[in-house]
Ligand binder design. Structure first.
Ligand code: GLY
Ligand code: MN
Ligand code: MN
Length: 443
C-alpha cells in the first residue's frame, strides 16, 4: 500500500480513537488542541537545544517544529495551525508533502496571536501540551488542560501502532542498520569511539541532533556504563588501547518514529569466557524475541530473562549455585540491572508502558525490579524493545563483594572480565497475531 493511503488510514484510526477518548473523558468538550511544544533557551542565554516535537502532536503531523498546533474535532478533517513567523535569522520555510498534508486542513499563521481566532469557544476546548500558560491565555478552563484521564487514554492507545507507524518504524530500523554496519567495520579497523560515532553518522547521513537519542559508543570497559555519553578520541594513536569490545546503542528517526538498536562486538582476542557469554546472550535474546506475542506479560519476559542470565552465569562459572536462587538473592540484577525493554514509537521510551488501562490505573513494576519501564500485557500491534544485558559494573560488583551473597560470585573470573565491560543486544519487535515480527532483523 502506498504511503499516502497508509497515512489516510492512520488518520482515520486516530480520529476514531481520539473521538472515543474525548467522549469518555471530557464529554463536555467538542475539540482538542494539541501543541507541538516550545523552544526553550538555556538559562540566561539566547541559544536553545535542538527541538523535538511532542509525540501526541507528531502522530498527526510529521512536523518537528515548535509552536505548531493540531485541532482535532470528532467528525471533521483535522486542522493543522502552522506558525510560520517572519524571521530573517532562521530558515522558516515549511515544506508540506501531499502524502500527509492532504489529510489535514492547513492554516498558516505569522503570529501566535492569530491562534485564538482559529479556535472554537475555549469553554468547549481541551488542550494538550507543555504550554499551559498559553492555554490559560486562550481562556481554556484549567480542568481541560492536560486532563489526566484524557492523557492516560491516549497514552494507553499509543502502544498499538497503525500500519503507517509500523512502516515508519521499519524504515527507522533499516536506516540505523547502515550505521551499525559502518560502526562494526570501524571498530574492527581500530577506530576509537569518536571515529565509530562519525562512521555511524556518515553512513546514515544524519546529524547528531537528528538522532532519537545520543549514540552510546562504548569501547572495552566503558561498555559497562549503561548510558555512556563520551566519545573518546586519541590524537596519539600509539596511546590508544586495542579494541576488544564495542557496545553500540544507536538508532535513527523516520518522520519522528524511532529505532533503538544495540549490538555488541568482540575482537577475536577478547577473553574466551566473554565470547561464551556473548554467544549465550545472542541465543537468549533471540529466544526472548520469539516470545513476543499478544497476551504475553512483559514482566514475565523480564523474569525469564533474569533466570536465563543467571543460568548463563552459572554455566560460564561466573556464579555458583542455583539460577533461581541467584535471581531471588538479587545477584542476577548485579549483572543485569535494567529492564528487558520498553515500548517504542515516537519516543524512544514511549508513553504508557506502566498503564494498566485507559483510565490511568498503574501496573507497577515487580518490587525487585522498580526500573522496568514496561509492565503491560502486550496487545497485537505493540512495538517493544528486547534488550537483555550482562555487564561487569564496578560500583554494583563492589557492593556485591561486600554483601552477604559474595560467595556466590567467582571473583577471580569476574575481575578478569571487568576490562571487557559488558553486553547488550537490542532489537525492536512487533507483536502480531502470528507471533513476533523482528523489525530490526527483518529490516
Ligand atoms: N537507548 C536507550 C535504551 O535502550 O533504552
Ligand atoms: Mn538502546
Ligand atoms: Mn532501548
Amino acid at each position: 500500500m502506498d504511503t499516502q493511503t497508509l497515512f489516510e488510514q492512520h488518520i482515520a484510526t486516530l480520529q476514531d480513537t481520539w473521538s472515543q477518548a474525548l467522549q469518555h473523558t471530557l464529554p463536555g468538550c467538542e475539540a482538542i488542541l494539541v501543541h507541538s511544544g516550545g523552544s526553550h533557551n538555556y538559562f540566561a542565554d539566547d541559544h536553545a537545544p535542538p527541538f523535538k516535537a511532542w509525540g501526541h502532536f507528531l502522530r498527526w503531523a510529521p512536523l518537528d517544529r515548535p509552536d505548531q498546533f493540531v485541532l482535532f474535532r470528532p467528525g471533521h478533517k483535522p486542522r493543522l495551525l502552522a506558525l510560520v513567523p517572519r524571521d530573517f535569522w532562521h530558515d522558516q520555510s515549511l515544506v508540506t508533502e501531499g502524502w500527509w498534508a492532504d489529510s489535514l486542513d492547513i492554516t498558516f499563521m505569522e503570529n501566535l496571536s492569530e491562534l485564538a481566532s482559529q479556535l472554537p469557544a475555549p469553554a468547549t476546548l481541551a488542550f494538550l501540551g507543555e504550554n499551559q500558560a498559553l492555554a490559560a491565555e486562550l481562556g481554556i478552563p484549567a480542568a481541560q488542560i492536560n486532563y489526566p484521564h484524557l492523557l492516560s487514554w491516549l497514552d494507553y492507545d499509543r502502544a498499538v501502532k497503525t500500519g503507517y507507524e509500523i512502516n515508519r518504524l521499519r524504515e527507522a530500523n533499516a536506516h540505523a542498520l547502515c550505521g551499525h554496519d559502518a560502526a562494526e567495520q570501524t571498530f574492527r579497523a581500530g577506530g576509537d569511539e569518536y571515529d565509530i560515532h562519525h562512521a555511524y553518522l556518515a553512513a546514515c547521513r544524519v546529524l547528531d541532533q537528528e538522532l532519537p537519542y545520543s549514540n552510546i559508543i562504548a569501547l572495552n570497559e566503558k561498555a559497562a556504563i549503561l548510558h555512556y555519553q563520551n566519545k573518546r578520541r586519541y590524537a596519539d594513536r600509539a596511546s590508544q588501547p586495542p579494541n576488544r569490545v564495542l557496545l553500540i546503542d544507536a538508532g535513527c528517526r523516520a518522520y519522528g518514529y524511532c529505532s533503538d538498536i544495540t549490538r555488541t562486538w568482540a575482537a577475536p582476542d577478547a577473553h574466551p569466557v566473554f565470547h561464551e557469554l556473548l554467544a549465550g546472550m545472542q541465543d537468549l535474546q533471540e529466544k526472548l524475541v520469539r516470545s513476543v506475542r499478544p497476551g504475553v506479560s512483559f514482566a514475565d519476559l523480564h523474569r525469564q530473562a533474569h533466570l536465563a542470565i543467571a543460568q548463563l552465569l552459572v554455566d560460564c562459572d561466573i556464579c555458583h549455585g542455583d539460577a533461581q536462587a541467584l535471581v531471588d538473592s538479587g545477584i542476577s540484577a548485579v549483572f543485569f540491572p535494567h529492564g528487558l525493554g520498553h515500548l517504542l514509537g515516537l519516543q524512544v521510551h514511549d508513553v504508557g508502558g506502566r498503564l494498566a488501562n485507559r483510565d490511568g490505573e498503574l501496573a507497577p513494576p515487580p518490587a525487585a525490579w522498580p526500573g522496568l519501564r514496561n509492565t503491560r500485557t502486550l496487545d497485537a500491534g505493540a512495538v517493544v524493545t528486547i534488550e537483555p544485558g550482562l555487564y561487569f559494573i564496578p560500583a554494583l560488583l563492589d557492593t556485591a563483594r561486600a554483601g552477604p551473597d559474595a560467595k556466590s560470585i567467582n571473583w577471580t573470573l569476574t575481575d578478569e572480565l571487568m576490562p571487557f565491560g559488558g553486553i547488550r543486544i537490542e532489537d525492536n519487535v512487533l507483536a502480531t497475531p502470528d507471533g513476533a515480527d523482528n523489525l530490526t532483523r527483518n529490516a
